[in-house]
Design a protein around this ligand. Structure first.
Ligand code: PXG
Length: 309
């Protein structure tokens, strides 16, 4: 059901060294992968003090780049981080990173860290944030899971709530999500549902979640701890244009177990069906019609929405 793999980024392996040439944007310069290094005193490393975006490129179109940059700037504002370039300069740096690496279809990891400082939590010792752009490829789940659907589990680690670290901030602190991913693996699953501190479904470790029931779609409201995913937003738009009503609400596991269909969305995962949760088969146990329709609509729009290289 997934389109054939189209990740053809031009990463030429040097025949003698075996090293793959890749240019990394680091604070205004393009450096070879081996030379792109940051300080051990960078507070991004010392304290996870920083933010990031994961962005896809489809047929030389940087998918919904403006929305990713807007979210990056919102995250920066929340953590009082001044990004040392304008959104227009960032757009140009992202596109140039793709061009330098011959990216046609790929994945961009854009980070802004607090930068180098002294030991101690205070960012006052960090005068200049660092901007890093990696233009590469990614494949998150094995190909057959897109046709057969994922089997996932609910894990004990909770999504942090707005009263702690606001989940709307796409920060470099992913430890709960990493723990959740490890707990899923311990149960033999590739992905995990994370609940919020009230026991409602928030999202998965790096993906938003949707269910389809009696022709309507439901997804956790962002107040439940869901990241306002760009793919989530795209799928809501696509569903509405197909005449499928979408409601953002509280969801419990009960609703997911008893749904007709379930799928996850995310930049890396794109749109992937879920056919089993916590040992309960969802619907007929195979990807449903609404999921398939939205998957097709998503792949139709990806190279038409965004900034062309
Ligand atoms: N929830 C969380 C917690 C995420 O981190 C999403 C949902 C999906 O949002 P988008 O905007 O991508 O539709 C994410 C996505 C990476 C990486 O390595 C990025 C994410 C998750 C995991 C890994 O770049 N972010």
């Amino acid at each position: 059901m997934r389109s054939p793999p189209t990740d053809f980024s031009l990463q030429v392996a040097d025949e003698q060294t075996g090293i793959t040439a890749m240019k990394i944007f680091l604070d205004g310069e393009f450096l070879e992968k081996e030379d792109a290094k940051i300080s051990v005193f960078d507070h991004g490393l010392l304290y996870g003090d920083g933010i990031f975006e994961g962005i896809r490129v489809y047929r030389k179109c940087v998918y919904r780049l403006q929305e990713h940059l807007e979210r990056l700037w919102h995250s920066a504002k929340d953590i009082l981080l001044e990004i040392p370039m304008s959104p227009k300069e960032m757009e140009e740096a992202v596109c140039e990173s793709c061009r330098q690496n011959g990216i046609v279809d790929g994945y961009i990891r854009l980070l802004v860290t607090r930068g180098r400082g002294d030991l101690g939590l205070s960012p006052d010792s960090c005068p200049s944030p660092s901007v890093i752009i990696i233009a590469d490829t990614i494949s998150l789940y094995p190909e057959d899971h897109y046709t057969d659907g994922l089997s996932i589990v609910t894990v004990p680690t909770r999504r942090s709530g707005p009263a702690a670290l606001n989940p709307a901030i796409k920060s470099l602190n992913y430890l709960n999500n990493i723990l959740a991913k490890m707990e899923a693996a311990q149960s033999g699953a590739l992905e995990a549902i994370m609940l919020n501190d009230q026991g409602y479904v928030a999202e998965c470790t790096g993906d938003n979640i949707f269910i389809v029931h009696k022709g309507r779609m439901y997804t956790p409201d962002v107040s439940n701890g869901a990241l306002r995913g760009i793919t989530r937003g795209a799928v809501i738009e696509l569903a509405e244009s197909e005449g499928i009503p979408v409601k953002e609400c509280n969801l419990t596991r009960h609703e997911i177990w008893n749904a007709d269909e379930c799928f996850l969305t995310g930049t890396a995962a794109e749109l992937i069906p879920v056919v089993k949760l916590d040992g309960r088969v969802i619907g007929p146990g195979k990807p449903g019609e609404v999921t398939k329709k939205l998957h097709a609509a998503f792949h139709e729009e990806v190279s038409t929405r965004g900034v062309l290289l």
